[in-house]
Design a protein around this ligand. Structure first.
Ligand code: HEM
Length: 231
């Protein structure tokens, strides 16, 4: 293992995870009332509806694809009868749709922020860092999925990127695996650690505050407190 491999593919991920966990605890204890998405819906809602839905559904679908692609070993999909070709076809098709929705939403959201002066004014430096890192991650992901796997000859990332990612979780890092992947894959797998390190100090904390209780609670019934006045 070289020094660069150890720094980029071992030290960076573990430092980022530590900061991610400690940062959330710190933010929750010290800035509970600042724990918000700082929504700008009151300032503009038409662009937001398109941008936010496309970005969030696209990103959620892409994340679902990452769970399958990175956490499930290749041997397991082979064992249940899914050939490499079938897996590749499905990943490329679903990944392309998810990635395009994600980038379309992202462009609308950033465009909206740049176009409307009052939304521009609510934008902080942390937002700018998050946008830049996200832009890099999404564009590199699209180059992998569309450039390599849909239009190109394809690159099987599961024995390299996938096994490296899981090796971090088992605390037996194997950085030499990702170091052998194409540069685009190395960059795409490195940038997210910067995103996770900034996450607790940004508006991204809203991701953990979905109003789940809405799913189970009885809906609100509005009743008159007093009977109707007789005429
Ligand atoms: C260390 C963490 C990550 C690793 C190792 C990783 C790895 C990958 C790989 C291997 C692909 C190519 C999939 C294919 O060609 O079929 C991909 C695609 C993609 N990634 Fe990531 N990724 C990570 C984090 C993220 C994050 C945080 C985002 C944020 C939204 C993201 C967004 C995307 C997008 C939009 C694509 C293209 C669409 C798709 O195939 O899902 N990735 N990623």
């Amino acid at each position: 293992m070289t020094v660069e491999e150890a720094l980029l593919f071992v030290a960076l991920p573990y430092s980022s995870i530590t900061l991610f966990v400690a940062g959330h605890i710190w933010r929750y204890r010290h800035d509970k009332f600042g724990w918000t998405s700082r929504s700008t819906q009151l300032l503009e809602r038409r662009w937001l509806a398109w941008g936010s839905n496309l970005f969030h559904y696209g990103a959620l679908a892409a994340i679902g694809g990452h769970v399958v692609g990175l956490l499930i070993p290749e041997q397991l999909t082979h064992a249940v009868g899914i050939s490499e070709g079938a897996y590749h076809l499905f990943a490329a098709a679903a990944g392309t749709v998810a990635g395009l929705a994600c980038i379309a939403g992202f462009v609308i959201l950033v465009g909206r922020r740049a176009y409307f002066p009052r939304i521009r004014r609510t934008t902080t430096w942390t937002d700018v860092v998050v946008y830049l890192v996200l832009a890099g991650i999404i564009v590199l992901g699209l180059i992998e999925t569309i450039g390599f796997n849909t239009l190109g000859t394809g690159y099987n990332y599961r024995p390299t990127v996938g096994v490296w990612f899981r090796s971090l979780l088992w605390l037996h890092p194997e950085p030499q695996l990702i170091a052998g992947a194409p540069l685009v894959y190395q960059l795409h797998a490195t940038l997210p650690w910067i995103l996770y390190a900034v996450w607790p100090f940004s508006r991204l904390v809203h991701a953990w505050s979905l109003p789940w209780q809405y799913l189970g609670r009885p809906y609100i019934l509005y009743r008159r407190r007093y009977g109707l006045a007789r005429r």
